[in-house]
Design a protein. Structure first.
Length: 215
């Protein structure tokens, strides 16, 4: 979740919005499917790691891609059905982070991605959750996903997909230049995003403090 450019609401106004909006709608349900699909993805990934034939590969790859596709579908449904809510804007990036981190952990554990990559992204995503939650509940600033955050998720999907494919087709795994490029691009996007995120965070803290002082 990234800080939005809109002024912060008071905590009372946020609570009123939360109480007036319906959590149980189709876009939020689609968002939650990513998290609910993780046990099934974990089981199929584990099976694929021990039995890397085409049948288990396609089962694992299909389930993963259907779950990842829900990230596009929930936003489209929210706009199309006019069901954009405070819950949805907060839950969608949280589901993204949980889904992405679990998949990267699986790839590290079963498909030979360096484990330090997972821990670097874990640190960045934990920072994002902390800052986003602080902005939301302490300053009344509703977070919105930004373009760079989506780019990072897309690059993560490429890294995950590449490791699954290369495990089924070992010839691809030895294309180390592509593997290094994908992982490096993903990490770079997270590093740049973290810098911009922190810059925006401190700017909004300053704006909030100036507004409080009436300057």
């Amino acid at each position: 979740m990234e800080p939005s450019e809109t002024p912060g609401d008071s905590i009372l106004e946020i609570r009123q919005k939360l109480l007036s909006q319906n959590f149980f709608n189709l876009p939020n349900f689609v968002s939650s499917l990513r998290v609910f699909s993780l046990p099934l993805i974990t089981l199929t990934a584990k099976k694929f790691s021990f039995q890397p034939d085409l049948k288990t590969f396609f089962s694992c790859f299909l389930i993963y891609n259907l779950a990842a596709f829900s990230d596009l579908l929930d936003g489209y449904l929210a706009r199309k059905l006019k069901k954009e809510t405070v819950y949805g804007k907060y839950m969608d990036p949280i589901c993204d982070k949980i889904f992405n981190l679990v998949l990267l952990l699986l790839i590290s554990n079963y498909f030979q991605m360096p484990i330090f990559v997972f821990f670097l992204i874990l640190i960045r995503e934990s920072l994002g959750v902390f800052v986003g939650t602080y902005l939301f509940f302490k300053l009344g600033i509703q977070g919105n996903p930004n373009l760079l955050g989506k780019v990072s998720i897309v690059l993560s999907n490429f890294v995950i997909g590449w490791h699954l494919i290369s495990y089924a087709f070992p010839l691809f795994y030895y294309q180390n230049e592509i593997r290094i490029f994908l992982i490096g691009s993903m990490l770079l996007s997270y590093v740049i995003g973290s810098g911009l995120y922190l810059k925006d965070f401190f700017r909004k803290l300053s704006e909030k403090e100036n507004a409080r002082r009436g300057t």
